[in-house]
Design a protein around this ligand. Sequence first.
Ligand code: GAR
Length: 314
Amino acid sequence: MAKARVAVLISGTGTNMAALLYAAKADDCPYEIVLVASNNPDAAGLKLAEAEGIATFAHSHKGLSREAHDDIMHEALVAAKTDYVALAGYMRILSPEFVGQWEGRMLNIHPSLLPKYKGLHTHERAIEAGDSHGGCSVHLVTAELDDGPILGQTPVAILPGDTSDSLAARVLIAEHQLYSRVLSDYVARETSPDFLVQQVRERAMALPEADEVVSHGMPCFGIIKGKKFAYVSLDHHGDGKTALLVKISGPDEQAQLIEIDSERYYRPAYFGDGWIAMRLDLGLNDWDEIDRWLARSWHAVAPKKLAALAEFIA
Ligand code: GAR
């Protein structure tokens, strides 16, 4: 299985970046660091990344509009064939465009138990409020600052006499443990059978009059009292694959798809020429495209009246 390609954006010391980088050295780590980039050409973390043989990129934001700087960073990420972006002490507010370009693929670590203490001076605020714990959170990045779905958190006890520096130092230890674990789970989730079946289920069941049954151990989607339009093949005869099976026009299209991408597409055993199997477990699925495959397959089996009604509603 190819590892997910992660770029880390930093502004300063980069200890979280280092934690991600060293965790990635494990053979079974599902991601690799392909780029460390910064808005600060003097960021100490860049030198460490270089010494570890990781590609780096730096471009100061000074004198540039937020959008112009984000565009430059975005280009560098795309050039490095980045799948996921990990913000690790990247002290920039991001433009909505940039966030949108990496929606669902950009994570951030924040030194508080979100939703508490967004923004700066998090430890100071936790101590002043008399909290029993500070901590850290990893979340998906959305247009709102330090908002977005929380993927993992670690509470860190506040000790009597703690200063913001002493608390920050302990929270940083927790950050280093948390980030690589959450990032690993997040990138691996996209190839896990449960996640993939759930993604297909949500999409297939959104089609008119769809229902689900289990057929030969495969989740199988059809039109109520009608024909089936999609199956999910799960480790069929121990092949280790998770694949979506949908209807296509026939043998020519089947052969063509397999020729275009023989890793992703294959002829599903026992289904004949009218179906194609597409692997979902290779990572980075285009779910909009899968939506279209499902809709097309649904149309291929839907009774004319129902299809016409669906067109009308759409
Ligand atoms: C970390 O504590 C991180 O949580 C925080 O900056 C520090 C960076 O340290 N990030 C934020 O405050 C973002 N809102 P590092 O450069 O050593 O990883």
